[in-house]
Write a protein that binds this ligand. Structure first.
Ligand code: GLU
Length: 425
C-alpha cells in the first residue's frame, strides 16, 4: 500500500524555522486584514499540544518507548483535522507548524474543520508489520481522550497509509465500544474509506497545475515536468501528468533522482517503486535531489518534505511554475526570490488541499452511512479546487501579494471570524 507522500532527504533540523516562518506569514496576513494583535496571539501556536510516550513490544522481545505528538491548532470552526506522520525527524515544532497549515487548508477549501496534526518519531522502514501495528494502536490509546469523530480526526501523512488508518480505527472503535469509521480518514474502502482518497492529493495538485498553466499560457500537452518525491502525492501525480500528455523528465525519492529529457517511463517506475516510494536505488545513473530541483523544465513540483527550495538554490530554479505538493517545501526567503523572478508559485496550503478535501467527503459519507461513486467524489473535488485556486489567484492579483500570502489571508480569516463570534477574542 502506498505511503502518503514520501521522500525524505532532510539532513538538518530546520523545523524551528518552519514554525517561525509560518508565524511570520500569519502575522502579515492578519495585519493586512486589519485584525488586532490578540488574534495573532491566539493563532500563532496550537490551542492544545499533547506529547505522549508509547511503549511498543518489538519483535526481538525488547520494549522500545516511542515519542508521539498531537497538535490541535484551533477548533473554533469545527473539529480539528489532519494527518499523522511517522518519521525519524518529527519534532514538536514541525507538528505545530503542520497543524497551523491544516487550519489554513481547511479555511481555503472551506471545510467545517480546524487544523490538527500528529507525528511519531520512528522509522517505519526499519519496523516490521507487527511492530507498526503495535505502535499505531499504542498511539491511539495514548491520544484517545482528545480525539474522536466530533473532536479531532486523524488521517494519513508521510509514511502512514490506509493499513495504519485501519489499525487506528479498530483501536479507537474498541475503546469507544462502537464501530467508529468517522474517527479517522484515509481508510481502506471496505472499512468505510472513500473512493478517490488515495489519489486525492495528487488530483488536487493536478487541478492546480492545470489552472496555473492556463494563467501562464503553458500547454500541459508536451510540458516538461519535474517531480521531487515518489510517495503518495508524487507517484500519482507523475501518472496524472503523463496521462495529460505532459513529459515527466525528472522524478526523485529519498535516495536520488532520475532524469531523461525525452520523458521517463512512468508506468515502469510506478510498477517498481516500493511502498515507501523508493525506486531510484534500482538505477545506476542517478542525479542528486539538488540537481533535480535545478533541471530546466516548465513545471516543478516539490512533493517530498520541508525546506527543499531555499535561498541557496532559488536563483537556480528554471521552472516557470512551481506547485507545492509537499507541506512547506519552499522557505520564506525562497518564496520572495521566486516571486521576484516572475515564477508563479502555487503554495502548499492550496495545492495540497485535495487530500483533506476528500478526507472530509469520507467523513461525511461515514456520518450519513451512504457512499458515493468515484465520479461523484471527483466532480466535487474538481469544483472545490478550481474555485479555491481562482479565489486565491484573484486575491493575489487584487491585493498585489504573492499567492502564498493571499492563501494565508483567505485561510486565516475564517478561523479568526469564528473565534470572534464565539467570544474568544
Ligand atoms: N496529511 C494530509 C495533509 O497534509 C491530509 C490530511 C487529512 O486528510 O486530514 O493535508
Amino acid at each position: 500500500m502506498a505511503a502518503e507522500k514520501g521522500a525524505d532527504n532532510k539532513t538538518t533540523d530546520v523545523n524551528h524555522d518552519v514554525l517561525k516562518s509560518t508565524q511570520t506569514i500569519i502575522h502579515e496576513a492578519l495585519e493586512r486584514l486589519g485584525y488586532p494583535e490578540e488574534v495573532y496571539e491566539l493563532l500563532k501556536e496550537p490551542l492544545r499540544m499533547l506529547t505522549v510516550k508509547i511503549p511498543v513490544k518489538m519483535d526481538d522481545g525488547s520494549t522500545k518507548v516511542f515519542t508521539g505528538y498531537r497538535a490541535q491548532h484551533n477548533d473554533a470552526v469545527g473539529p480539528t483535522k489532519g494527518g499523522v506522520r511517522f518519521h525519524p525527524d518529527v519534532t514538536e515544532n514541525e507538528v505545530k507548524a503542520l497543524s497551523i497549515w491544516m487550519t489554513l487548508k481547511c479555511g481555503i477549501v472551506n471545510l467545517p474543520y480546524g487544523g490538527g496534526k500528529g507525528g511519531i518519531i520512528c522509522d517505519p522502514r526499519k519496523m516490521s508489520f507487527r511492530e507498526l501495528e503495535n505502535l499505531s494502536r499504542g498511539y491511539v490509546r495514548a491520544i484517545s481522550q482528545i480525539v474522536g469523530p466530533t473532536k479531532d480526526i486523524p488521517a494519513p501523512d508521510v509514511f502512514t497509509n490506509s493499513q495504519i488508518m485501519a489499525w487506528m480505527m479498530d483501536e479507537y472503535s474498541r475503546i469507544d465500544e462502537f464501530n467508529s469509521p468517522g474517527f479517522i480518514t484515509g481508510k481502506p474502502l471496505v472499512l468505510g474509506g472513500s473512493h478517490g482518497r488515495e489519489s486525492a492529493t495528487a488530483k488536487g495538485v493536478t487541478i492546480c497545475i492545470r489552472e496555473a498553466a492556463k494563467k501562464r499560457g503553458i500547454k500541459l500537452e508536451g510540458a516538461r515536468v519535474v517531480i521531487q518525491g515518489f510517495g503518495n502525492a508524487g507517484s500519482f501525480l507523475a501518472k496524472f501528468m503523463h496521462d495529460a500528455g505532459a513529459k515527466v523528465i525528472g522524478i526523485s525519492d529519498a535516495y536520488g533522482g532520475l532524469y531523461d529529457e525525452e520523458g521517463l517511463d512512468i508506468d515502469y517506475l510506478l510498477d517498481r517503486r516500493d511502498s515507501f516510494g523508493t525506486v531510484t536505488t534500482l538505477f545506476k545513473n542517478t542525479i542528486s535531489n539538488k540537481e533535480l530541483l535545478e533541471l530546466d523544465c516548465d513545471i516543478l513540483v516539490p512533493a517530498a518534505i520541508e525546506n527543499q527550495i531555499t535561498e541557496e538554490n532559488a536563483n537556480n530554479i528554471k521552472a516557470k511554475i512551481v506547485v507545492e505538493a509537499a507541506n512547506g517545501p519552499t522557505t520564506l526567503e525562497a518564496t520572495e526570490i521566486l516571486t521576484n523572478r516572475g515564477i508563479l508559485l502555487v503554495p502548499d496550503v492550496l495545492a495540497s488541499s485535495g487530500g483533506v478535501t476528500v478526507s472530509y467527503f469520507e467523513w461525511v459519507q461515514n456520518n450519513q452511512g451512504y457512499y458515493w461513486t468515484e465520479e461523484e467524489v471527483e466532480e466535487k473535488l474538481e469544483k472545490v479546487l478550481v474555485n479555491s485556486f481562482n479565489t486565491v489567484y484573484q486575491t493575489a492579483q487584487s491585493r498585489r501579494v504573492n499567492m502564498r500570502l493571499a492563501a494565508y489571508m483567505i485561510g486565516v480569516r475564517r478561523v479568526a471570524e469564528a473565534s470572534r463570534f464565539r467570544g474568544w477574542i
